[in-house]
Write a protein that binds this ligand. Structure first.
Ligand SMILES: *Cc1c(COP(=O)(O)O)cnc(C)c1O
Length: 462
């Protein structure tokens, strides 16, 4: 007898359809990843993730070691590092912010990973961007005998000498950016003596372009979005053998630079007495643009801390490119425009229409989910963060703060907590919001952000 029953969608596809509906209406939504590998033993989880991109935790260790080799040189080049040469950020307790976020009792404790304070670039891009520029400089310097394999940080100080600068000055480092990656690459490349070119998308903020021009970086303005700026930069660079193009959509070096953060965070968690295990899950909320920064960090954290770390990517309601990519699955590469969205957002660091396929492949079985947030909410959280903690973040960096509320308060979030059994240990959990940028936002611009947030909050109270 022929089978006349209609094909039944697996349960998670129903969730996917519901997520798509909210997403296309630009409503905030929470999506749990049905393909996340179950709580595998540490080693297996690490291997599964690594295979997707051909990288392993050893590559993350190599990135950490590279930062150490360059530390004395970085201290020489950037006075703001005050002699230490370490590009890192503090882990801050944020319980003071919980009341403003309507934190339910028994939901765990809120912490902030303060990448908005990262020196040199003022955003999370200091991690990946610097790493790629350093890796390129190191390769050239080794090829030309300016340093030797095995040299230590003191020997690397030679890379600030005239001979090295003359070598670097023959090369160009180029990048396409919505702003922050350009700031990071431009500042790092010009400090080493490279010619630096930054292709900026239309949504890049004027002050970011101005800051780069002041450092001798060539800024090329494009009328189109981030994707167009990257494509233009890539094409220009391909024609020039002396040009290194930092490809935000494809670069492993960027991703591994971000992943190095996991080692430092592991030490910070230990120092703060925060356990990560079956009874003490760690939820990490990461603002996501093309996906490289959050994927690098999630990759490192999952390998170092094991399966009880749950990473969620946060995106603006008009630019949920990573969520769209996760829903499409392997083989597809949709843009947010395909779903009737505009990619217009004040969160310039997240204004990306199409995800990195590298990041998506790597994250397929690693992230616990994605969610979206309205611009209005970003500004409200930005103001609340200032009031409760005194920290000054940019709108993109506020995307993490909606995460705990969606996880514990939305139907989809609660269902996931119930299905995974995490609802039973929620009271002992840690929620870590990664604040990704803000240090260099000009005071006047920042004041406008706060004003907008306050106006929004006041409207709720009426
Ligand atoms: C770039 C950026 C992100 C996200 O990084 P992607 O690699 O694009 O996903 C998040 N926050 C800020 C402030 C950024 O500049």
């Amino acid at each position: 007898m022929p089978n006349t029953e209609p094909p039944r969608l697996p349960a998670h596809n129903t969730a996917a359809v519901e997520t798509l509906l909210s997403l296309e209406q630009a409503q905030p939504c929470f999506w749990a990843n049905p393909d996340r590998a179950p709580a595998l033993p540490r080693v297996l989880a690490a291997e599964a993730a690594a295979e997707a991109a051909g990288i392993s935790i050893d590559d993350t260790k190599a990135a950490v070691a590279r930062f150490v080799r360059f530390s004395a040189l970085l201290a020489d080049l950037f006075p703001e590092l005050e002699g230490h040469g370490v590009i890192e950020s503090p882990l801050l307790p944020a319980t003071a912010l919980q009341p403003a976020l309507n934190w339910a009792d028994g939901s765990g404790a809120l912490w902030i990973k303060a990448d908005h304070r990262l020196p040199v670039a003022g955003s999370i891009k200091a991690r990946g961007g610097l790493h790629e520029v350093l890796e390129f400089a190191e390769r050239l310097a080794l090829e030309h005998g300016l340093i030797a394999p095995g040299d230590d940080a003191q020997a690397y100080r030679a890379l600030a000498a005239p001979k090295a600068r003359a070598l670097f000055g023959r090369y160009q480092v180029a990048v396409g950016s919505t702003g922050n990656l350009g700031l990071s690459i431009g500042v790092a490349a010009s400090a080493l003596g490279f010619q630096a070119v930054v292709h900026m998308s239309a949504d890049a903020k004027e002050w970011k372009k101005e800051r780069l021009r002041q450092r001798g970086v060539r800024v090329v303005e494009h009328a189109g979005d981030y994707e167009r700026a990257v494509a233009a930069g890539r094409a220009e660079a391909e024609a020039d053998p002396l040009c290194h193009f930092v490809d935000d959509e494809r670069s492993l070096s960027l991703l591994l630079g971000y992943s190095a953060a996991a080692f430092h965070l592991q030490a910070q968690l230990g120092a703060a007495g925060i356990a990560v295990d079956a009874d003490h899950p760690l939820f990490v909320y990461l603002p996501c643009g093309v996906g490289g920064a959050p994927a690098g960090i999630a990759f490192g954290l999952r390998q170092l801390l094991g399966p009880h770390v749950h990473c969620f990517f946060a995106e603006p309601v008009q630019s949920p490119c990573f969520l769209v990519q996760m829903l499409a699955g392997e083989g597809g590469h949709p843009s947010v425009y395909d779903h009737g969205l505009t990619n217009e957002t004040e969160a310039d660091g997240l204004a990306v229409p199409r995800a990195s396929l590298l990041a998506a492949a790597l994250m397929r079985t690693v992230i616990s989910g994605c969610y979206t947030v309205r611009d209005a909410t970003l500004f409200e959280h930005l103001a609340q963060v200032l009031d409760a903690t005194g920290e000054r973040i940019e709108p993109s960096a506020a995307a993490g703060f909606s995460g705990p509320g969606l996880l514990t308060g939305s139907a989809a979030g609660r269902e996931w907590l119930g299905n995974t059994g995490l609802d039973r240990v929620l009271a002992h959990s840690t929620h870590l919001v990664w604040t990704t940028g803000g240090l260099f936002v000009p005071p006047q611009e920042y004041a406008r952000f706060v004003e907008r947030g306050r106006a929004g909050l006041a409207a709720h109270d009426r």
